[in-house]
Design a protein. Structure first.
Length: 154
């Protein structure tokens, strides 16, 4: 929320999806507004705004796919606005993957490698069969490093 306020103060077009959640503090219940996507704000900028955005305290980086910055389509931003405008309880979860999913590693040293997800062994450990190597690797990486490509049919 502090990053959102600072970016707004700098005149940057920013979107921070918030949702109201009822929290229990001891015997008291209180409504609080929390970000739908933890640690993310969405900015609509040009290259000229890159440095001003990155200079805001609390901003660490832009999200990338391989070496390219990710641009979220306007239609998805509108969909998020509609969802948070509803009275439904929403929970965003980072990359839910299932055995058999065809995945690509999108971050780190292995970015660009594709294979079949054999097994998820906890939050940061997966077994991936790399299609071009013909072997299965046990890799420790966060699910945010994976992108689902499609389903493998057996």
């Amino acid at each position: 929320k502090v990053v959102y306020d600072e970016l707004t103060r700098k005149g940057i077009e920013v979107f921070l999806p918030l949702q109201k959640i009822l929290r229990q503090y001891g015997r008291k219940k209180r409504w609080v507004e929390l970000p739908l996507f933890n640690c993310y704000v969405f900015v609509k900028i040009t290259k000229a705004n890159y440095v001003p955005v990155l200079s805001v305290e609390g901003v660490t980086k832009f999200i990338r796919f391989s070496q390219n910055l990710i641009s979220i389509p306007e239609s998805e931003i509108h969909m998020i606005k509609r969802v948070i405008g509803s009275e439904l309880l929403i929970e965003a979860e980072e990359g839910i993957f299932n055995s058999g999913d065809e995945v690509e590693i999108i971050a780190g040293n292995l970015a660009g490698m594709k294979g079949e997800l054999i097994e998820v062994q906890g939050k940061n450990k997966v077994l991936i069969e790399l299609s071009h190597l013909g072997c299965t690797l046990k890799i420790e990486l966060p699910s945010s490093y994976l992108r689902r490509l499609g389903m493998v049919h057996r």
